[in-house]
Design a protein around this ligand. Sequence first.
Ligand SMILES: [Zn+2]
Length: 86
Amino acid sequence: MAEIIAHSIQYLKKIDTPILESADEWKYLFGVGSPVPASGIYRCTGCGHEITSNKGEKFPPQNRHQHANPNVEVLWQLIVKTQTKG
Ligand SMILES: [Zn+2]
């Protein structure tokens, strides 16, 4: 789970937008090897593993992130959107 401390919370902003009105990066889950829609921290819905990815890169391929049970799908969900460039 992503962590913050009291000092770092000032650099985070909660956006109160209903999910259906929010941008695609918040609305959808992203599969293996698909393009990263926004830079940030993503969480695998299958196992809880977190990764950081930059916009324009691709999510890890099948051979880089696997589950012991192959029936558990790898889907990435944005949990913290960052303002990084490149
Ligand atoms: Zn996983």
